[in-house]
Design a protein around this ligand. Structure first.
Ligand SMILES: Nc1ncnc2c1ncn2[C@@H]1O[C@H](COP(=O)(O)OP(=O)(O)OP(=O)(O)O)[C@@H](O)[C@H]1O
Ligand SMILES: [Mg+2]
Length: 395
């Protein structure tokens, strides 16, 4: 499953945006405060809504008044995502739509819909349709040859008007699109790696996936070493190519029951523990662990991967993102680095521009001038610095 399009209305700095035909790897650039993190947070918001309810997801972000675009308090927050999913043997474009309002300090779901077309013709059919805590879902959605009136509706009353219908229904296999979408959102991941969090040793434990800040790096390294040895060897091979001197990395248990990462430099007998190797060494190792995850996230959002890394390595890192996307996970990246963009293609690059308080998003490949210069050999990082991404550089 992958995201085809995103529509946001009144979600913070995005008063009204639409991204269509999203690629496997999308890189978002733009000045500070234009909304790169906010775009990723739209997925975090949905995931928090699923974990608890809409009220708690809003509270975590300062409440409805902070989330709704300034000056649009009387309107609804609208989130619409489209994704492709194989249903009854065909790849179908499914739309999930959510509208959230607030009255007397209480948030409510005005509408939640999951729809897709049953045949080549006709308008999309609502397989799930809820408003203010009541609605229906179709229980035999895969019976495509049935006429509309034969589709079985299950009427439902949710516990409260701020609970997502996909939260409950998505647990059941029979609601195919709802459960696929639910699991997509649940397994979405953002990586905002903090070197200082990843360095120290960790109490022994178990972790298969690197967490948001990378603080469980030593545990995940140990997991991959013990359960996916071949993969670990490949990670080491890439480490050696990219960080001069590195010969080996091991995750070791200490006598006091902690796991510590040790980096072996080829020139010295004793390895360095993670506290004493360079920032870039830790970061490169963390990215290799993140990107070689044996079970990739369906959507991985990475914040500013360029910090601490040597410019020429960034091009290889981009290639690594593309490989990750091929294994099944879409990758969205935020960046301030022209060096990173120098390895990117026009259809992968978006820039954000803020005007009168709200942001719009442009795609490099939608601009014929940029496409032509790229075809002639100009690199996108260079074109960005030369102000071809109109409005993206601070004045
Ligand atoms: N309710 C709202 N309505 C309008 N704008 C908002 C609202 N809430 C936050 N903002 C604005 O949205 C922006 C959020 O920026 P965000 O953190 O997403 O930027 P960024 O592109 O990730 O920046 P950086 O490069 O510094 O990380 C801020 O400029 C903030 O003022
Ligand atoms: Mg940001």
């Amino acid at each position: 499953m992958r995201i085809e399009s995103i529509k946001l209305k009144n979600y913070k700095v995005f008063q009204d945006i639409e991204l269509n035909d999203l690629p496997d790897l999308a890189i978002f650039v733009g000045a500070n405060g234009v909304g790169k993190t906010t775009l990723f947070d739209a997925f975090g918001f949905l995931s928090d809504c699923l974990k608890n309810n809409v009220r708690q997801a809003l509270s975590k972000r300062g409440g409805f008044k902070e989330v709704i675009s300034r000056g649009h308090q009387k309107e609804m927050i609208e989130i619409e995502l489209q994704f492709k999913l194989i249903i009854a043997g065909k790849n179908r474009l499914v739309t999930y739509r959510l509208e959230i309002g607030e009255e007397n300090g209480r948030p409510f779901i005005q509408r939640e819909i999951l729809r897709y077309k049953r045949g080549a013709y006709g308008s999309p059919y609502h397989f799930l349709d809820f408003s203010l805590g009541t609605g229906y879902a179709i229980t035999n959605e895969e019976d495509f040859d049935q006429p509309d009136e034969k589709l079985a509706r299950e009427e439902q009353k949710l516990g409260s008007p701020d609970i997502l219908a996909i939260k409950g229904l998505g647990q059941f296999e029979k609601f195919k699109a709802a459960s696929a979408f639910r699991s997509f959102i649940e397994n979405w991941h953002v990586s905002d790696f903090h070197i200082s969090d990843a360095r120290p040793s960790r109490e022994a434990g178990y972790a298969e996936h690197l967490n948001q800040t990378g603080e469980n790096l030593s545990l995940v390294a140990q997991y991959i070493f013990e359960n996916h040895r071949q993969l670990f060897e490949e990670i080491l091979k890439k480490m050696k190519q990219r960080v001069p001197g590195i010969k080996n990395v091991v995750a070791e248990s200490t006598v006091d029951g902690r796991i510590v990462l040790r980096f072996q430099d080829g020139s010295f007998k004793d390895p360095f523990i993670a506290n004493y190797v360079s920032d870039g060494t830790i970061k490169m190792f963390a990215y290799l662990i993140l990107l070689n995850d044996p079970s990739p996230h369906p959507l991985l959002c990475i914040e500013e991967p360029e910090n601490q890394l040597y410019p020429s390595i960034l091009i290889e890192l981009l290639e690594e993102f593309r490989l990750y996307a091929k294994k099944g996970g879409q990758v969205f990246v935020s960046s301030h680095s022209p060096d990173l963009l120098n390895g990117a293609r026009p259809e992968e690059v978006y820039w954000l521009v803020k005007k009168e308080g709200y942001s719009k998003i442009e795609r490099a490949s939608d601009h014929p001038g940029i496409r032509e210069l790229y075809a002639e050999g100009d690199k996108l990082g260079y074109l960005w610095k030369e102000n071809y991404f109109i409005g993206s550089n601070p004045q």
